[in-house]
Design a protein. Sequence first.
Length: 615
Amino acid sequence: MVVTLAIWAAIAVGAVVAYYAYDLPDLQTLTATVRKPSITLLSADGETIAAYGDVYGEPVTLADIPPTIPEAVIATEDRHFYSHFGLDLVGLARAVFANLRAGHVVQGGSTITQQLAKNLFLTPERSLKRKVQELLMALWLERKFTKEQILTLYLNRVYLGSGTWGVDAASRRYFDLPASRLNLYQSALLAGLLKAPSRYNPQNDREQSYKRTTQVLANMVAAGMISQAQADEAAKTGPATVKEISHTGRYFADWVHDLVEQYAGENRDIVVKTTLDMGLQRKVEAELEAMLAGPGAKAGVTQGAMVVMSPDGAVRAMVGGRNYAASQFNRAVQGLRQPGSSFKAFLYLAAIEAGWSEGSSIEDAPIRTGKYQPENYTGRYEGPVTLRHAFAKSSNVAAVRLIESIGPKRVVAVAKRLGITSELHADASLALGTSEASLLEMTAAYSTFANAGNGVFAYGFSEIKDNRGDSIYRREGGGTGQVVSPQALREMDDMMTAVVTEGTGKRAAIDRPAAGKTGTSQDYRDAWFIGFTADYVGGAWFGNDDNTPMHKITGGSLPTELWHNVMLAAHKGLPPRPLPGAAPEEGPSAERGPTFNPGETLDSIWNGLVKMLGG
């Protein structure tokens, strides 16, 4: 009877094993690696900005690394590693008891061999089938390899956060050291990551990482691997050896990564040379933080963004928010906000192309169009003024009169031609920038005025090489050609210069010709300034993510101040140059050339005819 039961039990066990083993992964793929290709981004001068993808370090053996590394792992993950057969029955019983006592899972019973099997062959799925398969493969590993080989495989293939696989890659990422040079604290830190690589990542949360590392050190003391004095000394001096992570340029890096990811193929790492100027990038980040921490904090401003580019569209600096670690949302690229009066540049360009000139007269007086009744920010109205004056002073009522005269569709067409891709609503309120757009597209559109009227595509990289050093992409040319005529460019540059010299953007003035336009959306929800010189174009935005109003912050305050500080640094050492659309100088008493005003044309023609006929 006993023999019969034993036979049937063996058959049952065999059936269970067969059932769970029939679709086991191919164990011959043990040495194969499947990983995301690595993408490394370099600044224009060769400094590393960021690296993406899975990173594997140099393969190591137990003889290559300090004994503290395997000791820390064994003390924390599998204290009976050298005595069990792939399944630690004692450890499993202890974990079950601890979990029952706590009422939830507080301990795991997996051995290093089981973890290796899971990492090599299985998914993170939590199911009975997956656990049985994990055990079967652990038994296979224990039969196929020695303990030293299993531990070596584990240390080379385990995931340790931040895209790193294996202790050598993690050592270089967190400490700038090869695994062969790790000290006790660093060894314990890596062992602590095994439980939750993201939660205990020292570059994400140094406090949590420290607590976890000291627990690993305590485990090593309890296992008799180190003394309490050694643990105390490591906990005291070790944290200073962890590399500080820099988030400089990370908003820019994320933007470029999304653009170049298509060039990285299977088993092909790529290195991307970007357009970023790291010195200027650091300056922009520092100045933005100073603005937000100082006057911004007093005025209820919690966020800001800035883009600086060359006139041809090469992005030299990009800040998409106050703190990348706290929020990876890129307000320069992904954020769509109302540009306010900074959109008037497209309106006035459309007017000039329709036959108006900067000297044309327009009424700065209250106006109602349907139910829409705009008001000037100052609450004052000056009567008849020139377009140049209305633009410099950012008259809202004059802008609405102008769009009513030329038609909103003409303004939409001009904005699209200069590179605005966001949806625009063709109505009278478009004159005041009520249709949302991103800071990047607005800045790129303004680059047309600094680029001699040639259309611009914003770009962030110039060359891509593969892991053999072969070039697989090199930027050549770009842009959309001439989209603004020289005459229109001259008048627009002059009007935008007036904004800085005598209008709402006076705080942006620097030691050379500069032009631009301020913008403030309704109820002070957004404040903009986009300006340019002959060498740089910069756009700045301030506001709040939840769209709450700021305390009377306009485009002429924080944005112009930020632009001024950044541009002074950007132009250091560069000689002043005139704007591309600047009119040639004719001496101190030079007057503006004749202008065309469609409102005065018929009268002029009639008076001329009368004069010719002797009337």
